[in-house]
Design a protein around this ligand. Structure first.
Ligand SMILES: *Cc1c(COP(=O)(O)O)cnc(C)c1O
Length: 374
């Protein structure tokens, strides 16, 4: 199909010459980190862009999540989803907290709120849900349960940069939402992360925690960590923000092309958006169902042979990894939907510079197998 390998994602970078003046400013000021001018500017602009109350920048999404759990003093057990990137549950283990997995909804692939109540014990302190592929969780049902049982709600919103529901940013829900600005995400600062929270008091606590607990030169109020974003990453963030609207509309066009092209293909289901929302088109997950002639793994292999690195994402489930497998809630029998979906899902390539020709070629490979091998 093509000589070049087609990756599942390719980071958006601004024109290099536009970044040079930012670097010159850093070289002039010699302020490299510790909440410098670009950090302040990026934080302010991001709050405005996302339409959230408060946001604390971090060095990456994982340290943001670990620190958010610290800031909320989460202990005991936390109810979470197995259908995510391992960092979601790893952040719980780093806090000495036990993950309790519940199954997912077969359509949205997000935590199924109907499964939460049965998983609550006297040790449960919080719900850690993921807006998987940027599709909003059932935030109202989750909040209702949290209010009934006095639990905290934390959203791993690593996939959900810029996603909105009818009321505004999806990041406003729960006690906190965590962003990742990693190279593979819709909006990247090479590495980076953020915690969205509701009020200034919590934002200040997060700022202390990400800087060793320092309040001033001689006062340390908590056993904090080093989670600070550098001036380099923050400067890049300021520049990247100028491109994000274009990036998302280019992704939207690719999403539509796939959806139209795959619509009639027997055995292939595109994971859809539900309800009134503004998506960010961060991933393009498809489900290879039982009436498709070959298995998900065989299709992945066929795509790879054609130079397309489609990824089985999320497979394996978090609950299948050795550090989780022993938990009672990690039993496959307890997670039938997540287990099934993890065996059906493939994420197709989607990124702004992906050409229509390549998208069409991917569609053709998938469609031809459905036609030929029935
Ligand atoms: C990428 C990702 C993370 C981790 O973010 P980093 O910035 O890479 O540390 C956490 N959770 C989910 C769901 C992710 O996709």
């Amino acid at each position: 199909m093509t000589e070049k390998k087609i990756f599942v994602t390719q980071p958006h970078l601004p024109p290099l010459e536009e970044f040079i003046p930012y670097l010159e400013k850093i070289w002039d000021s010699k302020i490299l980190t510790n909440g410098g001018p670009f950090h302040q500017q990026f934080e302010t602009e991001l709050v405005g862009h996302l339409g959230v109350n408060e946001l604390a920048l971090f060095a990456n999404g994982t340290i943001a999540l670990v620190t958010a759990l610290q800031a909320l003093r989460i202990t005991g057990e936390v109810i979470t989803t197995p259908f995510s990137f391992v960092a979601t549950s790893h952040a719980l283990l780093w806090n000495g907290v036990k993950p309790v997995f519940v199954d997912i909804d077969p359509d949205t692939l997000n935590m199924d709120p109907k499964r939460i109540e049965a998983a609550i014990t006297p040790q449960t302190t919080a719900i850690l849900a993921v807006h998987c592929y940027g599709h909003p969780c059932d935030v109202e049902a989750i909040q209702h349960i949290a209010d009934t049982y006095n639990l905290r709600v934390i959203y791993d919103a690593a996939h959900a940069f810029g996603v909105e529901d009818a009321g505004g940013s999806i990041l406003r829900h729960g006690d906190m939402s965590i962003l990742s600005l990693h190279a593979t995400k819709v909006f990247n600062t090479f590495e980076g992360g953020g915690v969205v929270c509701k009020d200034e008091k919590m934002k200040t606590r997060l700022d202390h925690l990400k800087n060793f607990g320092f309040v001033d030169e001689t006062t340390v109020v908590a056993p904090g960590i080093n989670g600070k974003m550098s001036e380099f990453n923050a400067a890049l963030g300021v520049l990247q923000l100028k491109f994000i609207d274009d990036v998302i509309s280019q992704r939207a066009a690719i999403d539509k092309r796939y959806r139209d092209g795959l619509a009639g293909v027997r055995g292939i289901r595109c994971v859809g958006f539900t309800g009134e929302m503004l998506p960010n088109y961060s991933y393009f997950p498809i489900l290879v169902e039982s009436d498709y002639p070959i298995s998900r793994d065989a299709l992945t292999e066929r795509l790879r042979e054609s130079g397309v690195s489609a990824r089985r994402y999320f497979y394996p489930l978090i609950s299948e990894f050795s550090m989780y497998r022993g938990l009672p809630s990690a039993d496959r029998a307890h997670l039938p939907v997540a287990t099934k979906r993890s065996q059906q899902v493939i994420c197709l390539p989607i990124y702004p510079s992906l050409s229509d020709d390549v998208v069409d070629a991917v569609i053709r490979i998938i469609a031809e197998i459905a036609q030929k091998e029935q």
